[in-house]
Design a protein around this ligand. Sequence first.
Ligand SMILES: Cc1cc2nc3c(=O)[nH]c(=O)nc-3n(C[C@H](O)[C@H](O)[C@H](O)COP(=O)(O)O)c2cc1C
Length: 182
Amino acid sequence: MYKQIPTNKAYKLLNTGALVLVATTNESGTPNLAPIAWNTVVEYDPVTRLLIVSDKEHRTYQNIESSRQFTVAIPHASQHKLVSELGRTSGNDTNKVEKLVEHPLKTNTLGHIVPKGVIGYLEYKLLRIYDEDSVGIVVGEVINAMVEEDAFTDRLLSEKEEGKTLHHLGGKKFVKPGNEVF
Ligand SMILES: Cc1cc2nc3c(=O)[nH]c(=O)nc-3n(C[C@H](O)[C@H](O)[C@H](O)COP(=O)(O)O)c2cc1C
């Protein structure tokens, strides 16, 4: 038996890819971080490209547009409270990195700030932005990728504690991967 769900809730069936934190800086160098659940890889050869969907009002979007670069960090499931807090306020109103990130880590190439304890991070240069009404579809090409040694061999070790990513079910609900790989 299948049941019909409202079309504006249909996204919840597809929402569960790993949630990311997008790190950027504004023109005066103030750092910003925001959770983005809507992201996907679009290519891997010769290098990884991805897209993220961001509301144009977000500081994140404006920072990417002006700096033409961004970093995508993959938070550990245990960081869900910090993720929710970073999603509650906008960098338009406050320096939430200074306020909320207790242990900042500077990324290797772009010098963006991500929270210590993330599983890994990928630094991107902006390729293009597609305009889609109130949101921008931002496409980037990876220039550097770093991952916790214990979380990755030739793949993400989702079955190990170190590899437990965070997945957003919509609203205030998250889930993490189980311990079986098949
Ligand atoms: C779990 C979670 C997932 C989110 N995913 C997205 C998303 O995919 N795209 C988006 O535009 N906003 C998303 N948001 C909302 C922004 O993260 C939120 O509005 C944030 O305050 C924007 O911050 P900024 O203005 O500093 O960029 C999400 C929020 C949460 C809590």
